[in-house]
Design a protein around this ligand. Structure first.
Ligand code: OOB
Length: 569
């Protein structure tokens, strides 16, 4: 089995099989079965393509043959960074069929994150798009190809030369190939099916300590994940699922998402852009019935019905998760969008909690639901590790048929992230409401949740410390009305630049302050860090508030940041 993968203990695996959770079917078979049952019906739609289940199935087989010809083998890792378009779905299934593991990067990731993922997974290939949102992904891919030792091939959807090709050659070092050349005109190869109990893909963790970790999801566990969420949402072949969040994320991918829709014979519409003027007409045109949003989008859509004229009457269920949903939005959304709301408290590591479509309004508006599988085990513990009395807030620990038993290639981290008996420490603070539903109260992990996007303060701090003007840095999350939290960097300037004001809004406009958010943003962009991790607020300090044990007091910093933002307004 793949090195660096922690399997479930044999007795648990046997239990999950006996209970029927794990069916021993590789993910590739889900598509084969859907093609057999629903062949000629629409399965995928994006602005450029429309595929039936049969077309999707055949395209995956052909692409698999092309990838094998390129040298991709069972067990290989392939870094994937694609936006919401049909190629993503075709590629994932091509890789599932080979038994190669997609490593699912988000479209917002840049060279720094991609390099880390490539090196951690020792990826043999990187599949990306030529250009997206003004960023030349093909150029980044070429840089990685030169500098990541494991990387042998880059596959580009679109023009492999990239818009800003400065190499002078015709994009040909032989290792960069256009996606269409791999996909077209091939006969399906005869591939031995992968072991369904082994890993099928690697999802990204939000990351709290340092750089993102990789989460191995097996064929068995991920199929169960998708099927269970499809059942919880009551998905049928009559549904039309809309992916508006980046589909490489677990939520729109498999909760129930693209994979859950597939298991139900429902179509998935892939939207490149979640903004209401673009997506509402799409909902009307495609008669979308179900979609997944993060809280800031849920709030935006709820307000946008006032100014975007479209018929949203096909919508029956909107799922919201990824971050705390304000109760006000939870109460307003169903009326505004004319559908039911489902709160989802989930994690790429596994556990999914959700309210159910027939729950009382009060439960849906005020809780984050309950585990979706009878196999999910939950413990809510205090700082001493002992379970807290019912109704008391504590850290959520969980174990179950689709929750990881270890991050990929991370034995030391795993020793801390999981208990000796295999419970995953979520880092989330929850309490159980009398109804049995969980309420997320906060977290103990050092992570910033920016509207559902997870940011590791340590990762951003490491980049900031490379700045010559910065001696020390601490990055914290500050409450934000729209995003829930925003990123604030506290900086202790290096001696030479001390006295530089570092904050915005100073009177002198002649020389820009050296450590302004804009200047730092540019610095971080040059270092290849994703834009969404850039500090939106920057504060300079001359000393740190410390906790009782002498560590930087991040809570005090967050309070200072909120205070300074208030007075700066
Ligand atoms: C989802 O997955 P991740 O891996 O990006 O983030 C997981 C973390 C949780 O541990 C929790 O801290 C936070 O995101 N979270 C929520 C939440 N849902 C997730 N915090 C408060 N309220 C919620 N409803 O975010 C994810 C994965 C699958 C489905 C939905 C979300």
């Amino acid at each position: 089995m793949t090195d660096g993968f922690v399997p479930w203990p044999a007795e648990d695996a046997a239990r999950y099989r006996a209970a029927g959770y794990w069916r021993g079917e590789p993910l590739g078979r889900l598509l084969r079965d859907a093609a057999a049952a629903h062949g000629g019906r629409t399965a995928l739609a994006d602005p450029a393509a429309r595929l039936t289940f049969t077309e999707w199935d055949t395209a995956a087989d052909r692409l698999a043959a092309g990838l094998v010809e390129l040298g991709v083998r069972s067990g290989d890792r392939v870094l994937v960074q694609l936006p919401n378009r049909a190629e993503f779905a075709v590629l994932c299934f091509a890789l599932f069929r080979i038994g190669a593991l997609p490593v699912l990067a988000l479209p917002g990731h840049r060279e720094s994150e991609l390099r880390h993922l490539c090196d951690l997974a020792t990826a043999v290939a990187f599949v990306t798009v030529d250009e997206l949102d003004g960023h030349d992904h093909a150029a980044t891919a070429r840089t990685l190809l030169k500098t990541c030792p494991s990387l042998r091939h880059v596959v580009v959807v679109g023009e492999p030369g990239g818009s800003g090709d400065d190499s002078g050659d015709d994009s040909g070092d032989g290792d960069t190939v256009p996606y269409r050349a791999l996909a077209e005109g091939r006969e399906p190869a005869d591939l031995p099916g992968p072991d369904p109990s082994g890993p099928a893909l690697l999802l990204l963790s939000g990351g709290s300590t340092g750089l993102p970790k990789l989460i191995p999801r097996t064929h068995d566990d991920y199929a169960y994940n998708a099927r269970t969420m499809a059942a919880v949402c009551g998905l049928t072949a009559a549904d039309v699922h809309l992916a508006v969040l980046p589909v490489a994320h677990n939520f729109p991918l498999a909760c129930p998402g693209l994979l859950g829709a597939l298991t139900a014979g429902a179509a998935t519409v892939l939207a490149p852009n979640p903004s209401p003027p673009e997506v509402f007409p799409l909902i009307e045109r495609e008669r979308v019935t179900v979609t997944a949003l993060v809280p800031p989008l849920a709030a935006l859509w709820t307000r946008a019905v006032e100014w975007v004229d479209a018929d949203l009457s096909s919508l029956r269920l909107v799922q919201v998760g990824g971050a705390r949903l304000p109760e006000e939005t939870a109460r307003a959304l169903p009326g505004a969008l004319g559908c039911r709301l489902q709160q989802v408290f989930g994690m790429a590591e596994g556990l999914l909690c959700a309210t159910r479509p027939d729950d009382p309004e009060e439960v849906v508006a005020t809780t984050q639901g309950r585990p979706v599988s009878p196999g999910d085990e939950i413990r809510i513990v205090g700082s001493d590790g002992a379970e807290v009395p019912p109704g008391v807030t504590g850290e959520l620990l969980t174990r179950g048929p689709y929750t990881l038993r270890g991050y990929y290639r991370a034995p030391e981290h795993n020793a801390r992230a999981l208990t000796p008996d295999g419970f995953y420490r979520s880092g989330d603070l929850v309490r159980r409401a009398p109804s049995g539903n969980l309420i997320v109260e906060g977290r103990v992990k050092e992570q910033i949740n920016r509207g559902g996007e997870k940011i590791s303060p340590e990762e951003v701090e490491r980049h900031l410390l490379a700045h010559p003007g910065i001696a020390q840095a601490a990055v914290v999350g500050v409450p934000d009305e729209v995003l829930g939290e925003r990123v604030c960097a506290f900086l202790l300037p290096a001696p030479a630049s001390q006295g530089g004001e570092g904050t915005e809004g100073t009177e002198s406009t002649a020389t820009p302050p050296p450590l302004s958010p804009a200047a730092l943003g540019e610095f971080l962009r040059e270092r290849g860090l994703a834009d969404f991790k850039r500090p939106e607020q920057v504060e300079t300090v001359t000393s740190w508030p410390l906790t009782g044990v002498g560590k930087i007091d991040r809570r005090a910093l967050a309070a200072i940041a909120a205070d300074r933002a208030r007075t700066a307004r």
